[in-house]
Design a protein. Sequence first.
Length: 576
Amino acid sequence: MATPRSPMLPINGTPRNRRTGFDAFTPAPAEQPVSLSNGRALPPSKPMPSAGKFSGPRRSRIRKLALVIILVSGTLMLFSGSSSSNQSSQKDSLFFCPHSTSKRHTPTVILQADGANARTENRTYWVGGSDPAEFLPFTSQPHDLRFLQSTLLGAPQLHHPQLQDHADKPEQGRQLCHVHRVPSSPRAEIPRTWKDSKIMFGMSTTPDRALYSLPVWPHWVPASKERIDLSGHSSAALAVPEILILTHPPNPTEASRITEAVEEAHGLGINVVMRKQEADRFETRYFMLAKEMWAEAQRKKKTHGVETDWFVFCDDDTFFPDWDSVVRMLSEHDPAKPILIGALSEAVHQVKQWGHISYGGAGIFVSRAMLHVFNGPGQIEECLDKFGSAFGGDAMVAHCAALATKKDIQDVLTLDDTLHQLDIRGDGTGFFQSGFLITSLHHWGSWFTIFPPWSESGSGDLRKSISLVGRAAKAVGGDNWGRRYVFEDGKVVVSLGYSISIEARALSESELNRSEHTWWEFETFHPIRPGKHESIEKRTYYLSAVRHLESGVVRLEHKNQENERADVIWDAREGR
């Protein structure tokens, strides 16, 4: 199905050849008239004769003519309000465009978010037809590998920002951005009755792994502004989600690490409780979260009147880019009904091996009513007896839910395709450039890389990569993160909050409907296309920083392998 295309909305006149106004060896053109949103241009104004040259009847006629012009202008303003408003809105956004200096400029595009689309609508949107993208780095020197410039004659190369050393080309102070109004989704609405204490997370991990992941958790779990005391019974602790961690019986060294992990979490305002759990297998300890979380919830309800509606089985490397998206998902279901929400693995071989279950890394969301059934008389013991040695922990949860509710395993699971187990290895960039909605992701610190190791965001500590993803998702809204805007008929693709890709050959709509296969040879359920070589078949700018300019406006900075930079300014202000 063809995706709607939006018109190009240049601020100054009709779309320019990219070289115009940037090539140091081409004289600057005369200033162009400002273009209204309907494509018509205002004619250049002519100098008015001096009033002193007229007298008598002629001056009277001029006064009458001026009065007529004022009346006509007022009438026209009434009928052109929307055009003027749109132009004013664009100029308002241009306030955030970086001005060039006498030496160079940072290529920037401004995307005005309309906030009027459902989260599944316009995940890939075509902007401006074949017109040049107008926001890529410029250079005056040719380079053999710079295949990524437009095919238009005289288009700039992608190397260093255009040098502006010539006196006949004064660029200082000019704004070089173009504004495009694009489809987007509003931020997920949180019900007024929602309280963060309604949800509890459960993990089975080691103290060392918990300590490693702790700096990342504040990006996805709500934290108290106050330090949480060790009792876990303070008002600060009861107002935020609890993370209950089961670990194997520790030796003295590990016991001190447990204390360290809990104290560090409480210092971050995160309510973490760690307990030892005897179990013959890690998988059994994971399943026992069903019993321990229920017991903890009953204690909180009896002692403090706090009721837990949702229980989430997850891993220490599960990540939720936008908390509001999690709350919105849960708000669509009734916790008083036995519900289990989860996702299959993306990898075909995993599903062949483990079956149709909710995979734990993506998050398994169990309602209060379902966990109550789990903890019926003898139910936990029966599930352990039947499944305790045959399945992994997440499979045990799914099969026990089916057994307890007397349903088939396929029927007990409510699938949500925005939850991602991500059982892929190697280079994960193709997945994140696919336009998918992502409520959860997994394996960010082990199986794959979010950004290439050569990129500024992918080098060093992997926690830096996932934290940057979290900041970007919060900045643009979880429903917009990863949304794709396609320029130059498929030659330039902006994956919002992640990357800007420039292709040697423009991608078709059919190709964009398939993920670029950048990871190892894992067969996935979603369609794929062959991977491409960086700097030979494509050139990619990956997110390097997120800067908040004012409420609703954020600058997303990107850099490529040559450390060139291109920015996207996301303007989502309401009432603009």
